[in-house]
Design a protein around this ligand. Sequence first.
Ligand SMILES: C[S@@+](CC[C@H](N)C(=O)[O-])C[C@H]1O[C@@H](n2cnc3c(N)ncnc32)[C@H](O)[C@@H]1O
Length: 282
Amino acid sequence: MIRTLFLAFVLSFTAVANAQVQVNAGPYVPSPNSVVSDMLSLAAVGPADFVIDLGSGDGRIVLTAAKVYGARGFGVEIKDELVKLSNEAAQKQGVAERVKFIKQDLFKTDISQASVLTMYLLPDTVNMLSDKLQKELKPGTRIISHDYPLSGWLPEKYEQFDLADKVQISGVTTTIIYLYVVPAQVAGRWSATLPASVAKGAATLEIKQQLQKVSGNLTLGVREVPLQEMKLVGDRISFSMPGERGARPHAFTGQVKGGAIEGLVESAGVKTPWSAKLAPKS
Ligand SMILES: C[S@@+](CC[C@H](N)C(=O)[O-])C[C@H]1O[C@@H](n2cnc3c(N)ncnc32)[C@H](O)[C@@H]1O
């Protein structure tokens, strides 16, 4: 008897632990059509893009991305009737081959396929997604958030305007669209190979990073040189290194490919390749 009760308790506990705890990320409030166009053009969506809308409502963002911009993609939505409506609209609009809508919790959706990710969700939800966006999205993926920013992230661009349609949604006319670009992971110590025109001998590039905010220095032998204007947009990094004795600075650009950076450094008008490899963590 006791054994049976214990077994029942264990089974019910497991069932509760496995139950889908679903966070409501916001009520169904569609983005006005003009804002949908603004969101997609701020992200510069094109035929090569795969657009994912988190909480896709009636599907208008992904449908417009397919119909007007030739993109592919999917939307996830918790409300059955909206998923059905969106898939029917995709059929009617002749884009069902390229887009689909799935009944799924957005927090449990694999978003790694996105080249553009859109959302119009409650402010807390947007921030709850921050780690997921960093972990799952490829560097260079554009994120568009309607009205609510991702705290700690630096927008690449944002547009603010007044729209009468918004009064019935949010009580004010103000509308803001944020564009973020997912940064590559560059923090750490890199062993750099530089052309002789920049430095001879071993060079170590040290980068500090907090999302898109980066700073760093180059150690050349015993000389430590603070780098200037370091910028990271997706997988593209750039910075400048002051020239010696009043010479013009060396302008570095590079592309991050996992544990390697490859690029060009421009010194006195001449461009030469440089590269760096991420040193294993000690
Ligand atoms: C503000 S509406 C945005 C609709 C659409 N993205 C747009 O901009 O027109 C938010 C949508 O997210 C859906 N939603 C809320 N929580 C969700 C969750 N956990 N998973 C999937 N969808 C969710 C809601 O049902 C609602 O349709």
